[in-house]
Design a protein. Structure first.
Length: 423
């Protein structure tokens, strides 16, 4: 709750739109539930096991072969699910290990700024300025999808990681099956019970489904356990090949995963999203719950946010926070209850921010260049006027317009390298 929202209310038109949207969401969830519990859905779930039973009898498979095939059927989905659930974490880890852009929040921000300039899209800049977290998440998602579809040899990186995880899962099943066999179970039912117990933490297996397989229980004069193990290992290798072939569709299904790699990366990389109260620059700590004050080493011109207004200024502000906080100038905003307050006493209002005067000699070079490039778009977006011709601010703007991208890029890289060395 914030005092600034006192007296806030929805319009009738908005209330109707909100109710319609909530209704659409409810209908979508209800349809999904009906679909999952409908007779056709239940019959579809029973189709494959019934088909396996039919095929076992029609082809006159031996008992051990029929039992092995049914067990493979019950293992298919759990193994596949385990691969996908692990894949999100595996892919995000792989990216952080092999791409220097994802080493720190500083490296992420540095490369995002380079990409923003390369795209030359004012709309993308505005998203970054006004909602840095959303912009960073979108950038991470695009990069993750591109990384996952890049080929390493004949496979994409995503397929390679999936196959590696599949091999680990299959090896676990094989080693567990062998260990259970060495415990000398008397019957197939005993073997299945022990097998389930050992793998319960790794795969989502239902004991009741596995015990149905023991319905093919061997007769006293013809034990099947020894032959079952041999056939089971063979069927596992077939399953491994089939699942490998299915991994070509993983990329298209990524959006439906419970945990998505780009979400994991964003949660690890973005960190604190608190913005400077004067220029909107995002706190640089990777820990969202970091101790101490919020910190930004490179502030922006204050015209790139509408958070605060410099008192008695009737046109766009080209000031930078690091200069303002050592001045006697004043600002107003919601946090001051629209009362004038000196910039140099900002800590009285923003106790959890530390804005050091002249933090870096490279401070905001990038954003000064951006302001000079997009001055018409910026003034239109924020509804402010340009500095009067011949004014001090106009001379500052003309100076910024003489900056070249080559010089700005070099300064940005130098600033980043100095920052990395200081960590």
């Amino acid at each position: 709750y914030n005092e600034a929202f006192q007296g806030f209310s929805f319009t009738e038109e908005y209330k109707i739109d909100l109710c319609l949207e909530v209704g659409r969401m409810a209908i979508k969830g209800f349809k999904k539930k009906i679909k999952e519990t409908s007779p056709s859905a239940v019959l579809k779930q029973l189709k494959q096991p019934c088909y396996i039973d039919f095929e076992n009898r029609y082809r006159n498979f031996k008992l051990e072969e029929g039992a092995a095939r049914k067990l493979i059927f019950h293992l298919r989905v759990p193994i596949q699910t385990a691969v996908i659930e692990s894949l999100a974490s595996d892919l995000s880890t792989d990216i952080r290990l092999h791409d220097k852009r994802f080493r720190t929040k500083h490296s992420l921000t540095f490369n995002m700024l380079l990409d923003l300039q390369k795209k030359q899209s004012f709309r993308d800049f505005v998203l970054y300025l006004e909602n840095a977290e959303e912009s960073m998440r979108a950038w991470i998602k695009v990069y993750t999808l591109d990384y996952s579809t890049t080929k390493d040899g004949e496979q994409t990186r995503l397929e390679r990681l999936a196959c590696e995880q599949l091999t680990r899962n299959i090896d676990l099943v094989i080693s567990t099956a062998s260990e259970v066999a060495k415990s000398h179970p008397k019957t197939l039912k005993d073997w299945l019970t022990n097998f389930h117990k050992r793998l319960a933490d790794s795969f989502q297996l239902r004991l009741d489904e596995l015990l149905e397989i023991s319905g093919v229980e061997e007769s006293k004069d013809k034990p099947i356990l020894e032959f079952f193990m041999e056939r089971f290992i063979q069927e596992l290798q077939k399953l491994k090949k089939e699942l490998k072939d299915s991994f070509t569709f993983l990329y298209a299904e990524m959006e439906e995963w419970k945990r998505r790699p780009y979400d994991i990366l964003a949660d690890e990389m973005i960190g604190c999203t608190k913005q400077c109260p004067f220029c909107g620059a995002v706190c640089e700590y990777m820990n969202p719950d970091h101790p101490g004050n919020h910190l930004v080493t490179s502030h922006r011109p204050t015209c790139l946010t509408a958070n605060s207004v410099r008192l008695n200024l009737k046109h766009i502000s080209l000031d930078v926070c690091t200069e303002l906080v050592k001045s006697n100038l004043k600002f107003t905003n919601r946090d001051t209850k629209n009362k004038p307050h000196q910039y140099k006493k900002y800590r009285e209002i923003y106790k959890d921010w530390e804005i050091a005067p002249n933090t870096s000699r490279y401070s905001s070079f990038y954003w000064k260049y951006f302001v000079a490039q997009y001055i018409d778009d910026i003034t239109k977006h924020f509804g402010v006027s340009k500095p009067p011709p011949g004014s001090k601010e106009d001379k500052t703007l003309q100076e910024w317009k003489r900056l070249t991208w080559e010089a700005v890029e070099d300064n940005l890289k130098t600033s980043y390298q100095e920052l990395v060395r200081s960590l």
